[in-house]
Ligand binder design. Structure first.
Ligand code: 26V
Length: 805
């Protein structure tokens, strides 16, 4: 790419006159970033053309990964690393008097996702590109990403995130690949030559314009594409009459309505409000994506070669959000390509696969039938037919058949059950961690599992170690490579060779030094952002993720309240200096989660400003969590808090990001924690709390009584009382809703029940931390065994066992 730093400098400087017609010296830092990014993007796009030629030549099977969310994070540093030119560019820039890190920080972090599901999709793209799989992302180009979180008066406030306002250098608009999407209208049946045809008429046409973002694989050999679709009017829709009457909003109404489809990411990952716009978004992505797949397929394999389709195309749906791929593909095969139902159905099921990411019933998608019918009349007809055939083949003689039909049918109670549609319409259904898949098989989807066990499988999540270790923690990356060579970058299992250094005091010391420096880096950030001064020698105890009742940030802050109360009573209590770090967003309408944020910040105010505790405890809530903020936080953590109620967290991926960076897990037997525990063994992780079986047992038998438990435990009682007894009076309202959830509504997530065991495990963790050598060995063991949680491993399994590529 660059023959050396001189060559880079020459090309880079020439680029300025090309793109902004001003010399390097006269440009702002943002412009310097933009020119550099644009330059790397166009090189990457060229490499993509070569990659694609290779795929075409090989007639490689294509994988299309449909997701309503892709949380890419910043790309420039990642791509410089993947292309192997980071040092060249850094040195070249230094010669020009510029600092690469400063330019990197100019890049917007596109928040096109809510959390784990969206980031997983981005890690998968990275791994597919690295592994040379012809994998393409299909997503939406939201004009506003997930809201910007501001903390004011201890509370979350939401502000829009217009991430595109300065342009985005990584995208290439492809008007030539536009697709049409049809909404509304009605369907006419027509009988011709002994065949029934369905004509969709009177619809509104929306244009889908793709913006392609190159996905550069590590090593720079493969460059794939993420295709982000934007909604636009078919023709410039302006009502001139209204305009002339001065009624401007009316004049632009239809255009605005269409553009609204990709205006904002749906920011609630806890409940489906059943909003029409969200359904429009889902179908928009699906219809545009399927159209482009079909076009590409016909171009390569001809217009009547459909039987081969599942051999050459795999379509994967990231949760049920793109579940309409099933009826949409059938619709195209029937109405456009004139296949018979049986053939279209077989092709579709063989092509489609589906991942479930949650067992929380309120997050399982269901759409009102009347809405679906009005918005997507033809697609709905097909769903109805799938449901009819499913019921026709259903064995009505089996025991319990009515209940079973109710739990598996697509149409029930006036709603379309999207998970059931996905399962019936796919050849593979997977969960994202072993325990999660077990729960799907034996609980959530047990009736399906009974009938078609072969359809179910597990694919434990993974993360991009190149972003979350090599890029986020370059010094650790360097030391690992110096110790064991750099093969771990493409084969993460090689990290286990680090175990050889377990008894090497120098290496352990180096690890401590790296951690210390990362903690200093985060401490500076905290000082700058929150004005709180942090002791880098304190324990960094970190919980960063979306705020949800089941993730139990509440349990964590109760621990802080407990410690505070303890020090207040006994100033000599033996507690090492601790910094409790929280970060994460709550959905706008999730009142409970927002109260938890307010509680954390209120406790922080009290604790941080109480001189009498001698700075032993500090509590920090970092606003506006994002991929890039995560990259700063994970490398600095000592303790990784993974404390969800057992059975509720499908996998978690933050747990893996911490692990790669040598943080030690304090967690429940939930999600992928179970597999971390299995790998590192009980001496290298701190486990507490009810098991998922115990949790289920309490629900079933209804024999947990939180208020009684609270009465019996004076220290716990003190904490719950502090929520409402004026303890925080100077800091605003009492926390009645939290108190109610715990006491009146019987603590659905077992915060009080797990509290004592959590404290016990935390104390053991802190004890281990104080034994410096032992702790560093635990940390090293975690890094050494993290290799299993690379998304390269996950994607290899998807490729082999689901997509057959
Ligand atoms: C849910 C919903 C439901 C209403 C419609 C909009 C919407 C958007 C996002 C979501 C989130 C789906 C669930 C999710 O993010 N699950 C997380 O997936 C991670 C990757 O597999 C996994 O590690 C986490 O445990 C799981 O909570």
């Amino acid at each position: 790419m660059f023959a050396g730093k001189e060559d880079f400098k020459k090309q880079y400087k020439a680029e300025f006159m090309e793109t902004i017609a001003r010399p390097f010296e006269e440009c702002t830092k943002r412009e310097k970033y933009e020119v550099l990014a644009k330059m790397i993007c166009s090189r990457a796009a060229k490499l993509h053309t070569e990659t694609k030629l290779g795929y075409d030549k090989r007639r490689a099977k294509r994988v299309y990964y449909f997701s309503m969310e892709f949380l890419l994070g910043r790309l420039l540093d990642n791509y410089l690393i993947n292309l192997g030119v980071e040092d060249t560019v850094r040195e070249g820039l230094a010669d020009l008097g510029e600092n690469l890190d400063e330019l990197l920080s100019m890049e917007p972090d596109p928040g096109l996702g809510n959390g784990g599901l969206g980031r997983l999709a981005a890690c998968f793209l990275d791994s597919m590109a690295f592994l040379g799989i012809a994998g393409f992302g299909m997503g939406a180009r939201y004009r506003f990403g997930l809201f910007k979180q501001k903390i004011r008066d201890n509370q979350q406030e939401e502000e829009p995130d217009p991430w595109l306002s300065n342009g985005y250098p990584w995208e290439i608009r492809r008007s030539d690949c536009a697709a049409e999407v049809h909404f509304g209208g009605s369907v006419n049946r027509r009988y011709e030559n002994g065949k029934i045809y369905f004509d969709h008429v009177g619809y509104q046409t929306v244009m889908a314009i793709p913006y392609d973002v190159p996905i550069v694989g590590y090593g720079g050999k493969n460059v794939n594409m993420l295709r982000l679709w934007q909604a636009e009017p078919a023709e410039e829709k302006i009502n001139l009459d209204a305009f002339c009457r001065g009624q401007y909003s009316e004049a632009f109404r239809e255009r605005d309505e269409i553009e609204a489809i990709t205006a904002i990411l749906y920011p609630d990952d806890s409940t489906l409000a059943g909003r029409e716009l969200r359904l429009k978004q889902e179908y928009f992505l699906v219809a545009a994506g399927i159209a482009s797949i079909i076009k590409n397929y016909k171009f390569t394999y001809g217009a009547d070669n459909w039987a081969k389709f599942p051999e050459k195309v795999a379509i994967h749906t990231n949760d049920t959000h793109p579940a309409l791929c099933v009826p949409e593909l059938i619709r195209v095969l029937l109405d456009q390509e004139h296949l018979e139902w049986d053939e279209a159905w077989e092709i579709t099921v063989k092509t489609m696969s589906f991942t479930n990411h949650t067992v929380m019933p309120e997050a399982l998608e269901r759409w009102p039938i009347d809405l679906m019918q009005r918005l997507l009349p033809r697609v709905y007809m097909i769903i109805e037919e799938i449901d009819r055939r499913y019921r026709e083949n259903f064995d009505h003689s089996q025991p319990d058949c009515q209940r079973k039909l109710q739990s598996t049918a697509i149409l029930w109670d006036g709603q379309v059950h999207m998970a059931n549609l996905s399962i019936i319409g796919s050849h593979s259904v997977n969960g994202v961690a072993a325990i999660h898949t077990e729960i799907l098989e034996h609980d959530v989807f047990k009736d399906f599992y009974q009938d078609m066990p072969q359809r179910f499988n597990n694919k434990t999540n993974g993360i991009s170690h190149r972003r979350f270790l090599l890029e986020a923690n370059p010094e650790l990356g360097r030391q690992i490579s110096m110790a064991i060579g750099n093969s771990w970058l493409f084969d993460t299992y090689q990290l286990k060779n680090l175990l050889r250094y377990k008894e090497d005091p120098d290496f352990l010391k180096t690890l401590r030094k790296i951690k210390y420096e990362n903690k200093c880096r985060l401490a500076w950030y905290i000082e700058r952002e929150n004005g709180i001064s942090i002791n880098p020698d304190s324990i960094f105890d970190v919980q960063v993720k979306r705020i949800h009742a089941y993730k139990r940030q509440l349990l964590n802050i109760f621990k802080v309240m407990y410690l505070y109360n303890k020090i207040k009573k006994d100033p000599d209590a033996e507690i090492p200096p601790c910094t409790f770090i929280f970060s994460g967003k709550a959905a706008q309408s999730y009142d409970f989660a927002k109260e938890v944020i307010r509680l954390i910040n209120t406790v922080a105010d009290v604790v941080n400003n109480d001189a009498s505790i001698g700075g032993k405890l500090k509590v920090v809530f970092l606003e506006n969590f994002s991929v890039s903020l995560g990259q700063l936080i994970y490398p600095a953590a000592d303790i990784s808090e993974q404390i969800s109620t057992a059975g509720k967290e499908a996998s978690g991926t933050g747990n893996m990001k911490f692990m790669f960076n040598g943080a030690v897990t304090l967690g429940t037997m939930d999600g992928a924690n179970v597999e971390i525990h299995e790998l590192v063994g009980k001496d290298n992780i701190f486990i507490f709390g009810l098991s998922s079986e115990q949790v289920e047992d309490y629900y079933r038998k209804n024999n947990y009584h939180s208020s009684q438990l609270c009465e019996e435990d004076p220290e716990l009682k003190e904490i719950t009382d502090q929520l409402i007894n004026g303890f925080f009076k100077d800091n605003g309202e009492e926390f009645w809703s939290i108190h109610d959830a715990l006491i009146r509504y019987n603590d659905e997530y077992f915060v009080l029940k797990d509290f004592r065991d959590y404290l016990r495990a935390w104390q053991e963790t802190v004890q281990a931390w104080q034994e410096t050598e032992r702790w560093t060995r635990i940390s090293l063991t975690n890094i050494a065994l993290a290799g299993h949680f690379s998304s390269d491993r996950t994607i290899s399994q998807y490729a082999e066992e689901i997509w057959h590529v």
